[in-house]
Design a protein around this ligand. Structure first.
Ligand SMILES: [Zn+2]
Length: 308
């Protein structure tokens, strides 16, 4: 089984708790995932909305240095990749792959040049917000949320130009439609489910999802029960109606995984990365092996081939 996961908060949690990536008390670590054949994991540096502009940048730098140190120490097992080519090469050598993301644009402050600075450090995906307000846009939990600011439009322009993937998870709906209007390339929602199945501001409407289908984008389904069934308890099976619904909307080539490991409470029968094999078997049983492989790996691989 291969596994491509578009979002986890493990590296931020490791930094906060002074633990490593190989063995730790987290939902995700390399040891627990060692039986996965080809494993590509996006590690997000999560930036709290409450930090000041400079505080946010400082925090990013600290977690980033920590991430680099981990990658260095574990370089026989995992490779920090910045392009599709690097990713494929690492997998051929039997290594796990790490991609780096930022969750929450506050680390930019109001400095457009930081988009390029982050790109040069290897950041390849960035959500435009977390739940609150930033200089770029309003997050989905802001009341009467607005769309992208003028600065926000500059930011997405720069991201497209550089090839940093725009991640609309957490973005309020107005901002989403601004992204649609002001971009040409496909973009992604790394960890979001269907609002038609579970009414939550973090989930995507059918109309939003259809944009991903039209543009050959990517949507990673989130394992967090609050976004699958609206409560804090549940089983991983409850994600299946979301996948069914996305399939009805023509999403066979768009559906991917966005676990939210170490950023959310997991379902009862999905303690962490060690349980994704069980989930894969569920998908095989329901959708057949070819489609299960698409959702677990190949759709994201295809997207990175086209866009990274
Ligand atoms: Zn998140």
């Amino acid at each position: 089984m291969n596994y491509f996961d578009l979002h986890c908060d493990t590296i931020s949690e490791c930094y906060n708790k002074h633990q490593g990536l190989l063995v730790n008390s987290m939902q995700l670590n390399l040891e627990k995932g060692k039986n996965i054949k080809d494993w590509v994991q996006t590690y997000a540096i999560w930036i709290d909305d409450l930090l000041s502009d400079e505080g946010a940048y400082c925090y990013f730098e600290q977690v980033y240095e920590y991430f680099l140190k981990q990658m260095n120490e574990l370089n026989t097992q995992i490779s920090f990749c910045k392009s599709y080519g690097e990713m494929e090469l690492a997998l051929t050598k039997g290594k796990k792959v790490a991609l780096l993301a930022i969750e929450g644009s506050r680390a930019l402050g109001k400095k457009l040049e930081r988009v390029e600075a982050f790109y040069n450090k290897g950041v390849r995906m960035m959500t435009l917000t977390w739940n609150g307000k930033t200089h770029v846009a309003d997050g989905c939990m802001v009341e009467n949320a607005g769309g992208l600011t003028y600065f926000g439009k500059q930011v997405i322009g720069k991201m497209e130009e550089l090839g940093m993937l725009i991640d609309v998870s957490h973005l309020a709906e107005k901002g989403f439609w601004d992204v649609v209007r002001h971009t040409k390339k496909p973009f992604i929602a790394t960890h979001s489910n269907s609002k038609a199945v579970c009414e939550h501001p973090r989930n995507l409407t059918d109309k939003q999802f259809q944009i991903f289908v039209e543009r050959r984008g990517l949507v990673g389904v989130n394992y967090y029960p609050l976004f699958t069934n609206g409560t804090l308890q549940g089983d991983i099976e409850e994600i299946l109606p979301h996948i069914d619904h996305f399939l009805e909307l023509g999403g066979e080539d768009v559906i991917a995984m966005g676990s939210d490991f170490d950023g959310a409470k997991m379902p009862n029968n999905m303690k962490g990365i060690e349980d994704v094999g069980y989930f894969y078997q569920l998908l095989v049983k329901r959708y057949g092996e070819a489609r299960a492989d698409k959702f677990f790996f190949k759709n994201a691989q295809r997207f990175m081939y086209e866009n990274l």
